[in-house]
Design a protein around this ligand. Sequence first.
Ligand code: GDP
Length: 197
Amino acid sequence: FFAGPCDFLKGVVALDGLPDADRPEVCFAGRSNVGKSSLINALTGRKGIARASNTPGRTQEINYFALGARGYLVDLPGYGFAEAPIAKVERWQALLRAYLAGRVTLARAFVLIDARHGIKKVDHEIMELLDRSAVSFQCVLTKADKPRGGGLGHVIESVRTDLARHPAAYPEIIVTSSETGDGIPLLRSAIARLMPE
Ligand code: GDP
């Protein structure tokens, strides 16, 4: 499934720029530096595909990648940028809210959480927005190769507890490392199931 073409399609700054809602899509959300670009690169097996979304000017866009004709991968801008100007943040939040509430073909949101840090306040805010928008979401732990000792187990347990507060959350957590490739096949199959041939 992911062996086929996966190409950067477009960056979207306003709702009227969204591609036609004619196929399923999944989106990826996470705090800046959570490892979102690395994960998308690992998923698609293409180094640098998500670099477009990290180049200055592209960081406030909703970036679309086409998985052949089967569906779209949607890279949402990283949140939690303290230094972004308020007006810009507000514009972006309005676009995000409108996207999440209105995108009928959005099959699932993947919320990326750093396996060293667990769920932070901004992550809860995004999850509350997903709850309110009735978009089912699933947590993906990133950088699972990083925690030492029992650290990973503790973070998984605390994430599990936190997720119980969110009605739109999937109970299953996908634990990944873009560095070692752990969990990448699991995430691929979760996406493939949402995009029937
Ligand atoms: P983004 O801002 O969410 O797109 O994050 P990036 O993908 O650019 O990654 C942020 C930093 O974390 C970079 O220095 C990556 O090399 C590092 N990183 C990303 N994924 C992993 C991982 O699975 N394991 C480790 N050890 N480092 C990672």
